[in-house]
Ligand binder design. Structure first.
Ligand code: SF4
Ligand code: SF4
Length: 191
């Protein structure tokens, strides 16, 4: 396009008055905002002494947990759907033959690299048996990279810690779907 194209509309820079040149209106506007915030209700909390109360903890995408079934066993059936759906490739599962007759496989090892995770929730969405969920825990910290790779035991312990405050989301659904786990011979352990 050429400079003299008739479709170009040239705009003149507005002339500043004396108030504009002294930045007085901007100064007063900024000061008003500061004073308004001084007297408005505070939305900040003094973490970690105070904790932020979430309106909907079940909707928050924080630290993961691996859920247990009614017999205390890991719910996961090692189908790899979560690992396949994960865009950050931070889920690593080693499947093994299940010691229980109500499923074919279970995760011998299940790890999530919490430092690589982008907390998108795709793993939770992909899981057909609601075995993996994101909790409302957000104060995730560690002293080393290794510490931030959560193994199966750690993920199960997060379920134990959060299950009362944040019941499994599938608990609200009809019991017809997903996990078969009515095996009376199965031990209550968590391999
Ligand atoms: S929340 Fe997203 S990035 Fe994190 S493990 Fe799940 S799928 Fe992967
Ligand atoms: S957590 Fe769910 S999606 Fe992932 S392997 Fe286990 S059963 Fe499959």
């Amino acid at each position: 396009m050429k400079r003299d194209d008739e479709n170009i509309r040239w705009i003149e820079e507005p002339m500043l008055g004396w108030t504009g040149k002294t930045f007085l209106p901007l100064f007063i506007g900024g000061l008003t905002t500061t004073v308004r915030h001084l007297f408005s209700p505070k939305v900040t909390v003094s973490f970690p002494e105070e904790r932020h109360e979430m309106a909907d903890p079940l909707g928050y995408r924080g630290v993961h947990r691996l859920n247990r079934d009614e017999q205390g066993r890991v719910k996961c059936v090692a189908c790899f759907l979560c690992a396949t759906a994960c865009p950050a490739h931070c889920i690593d599962i080693i499947a093994a033959e299940s010691p229980w007759p109500d499923r074919e496989k279970y995760p011998e090892s299940f790890t999530i690299d919490e430092l690589r995770c982008i907390f998108c929730g795709m793993c939770e969405q992909a899981c057909p048996v609601d075995a993996i969920e994101l909790t409302s825990l957000y104060d995730l910290s560690g002293k080393s990279r290794e510490e931030m790779i959560f193994d199966k035991e750690k993920l199960l312990s997060i379920y134990d810690k959060t299950k009362d405050a944040e019941p499994m989301q599938s608990a609200a659904k009809p019991s017809s779907d997903k996990t078969p786990s009515d095996n009376p011979d199965a031990p209550g352990d968590t391999p």
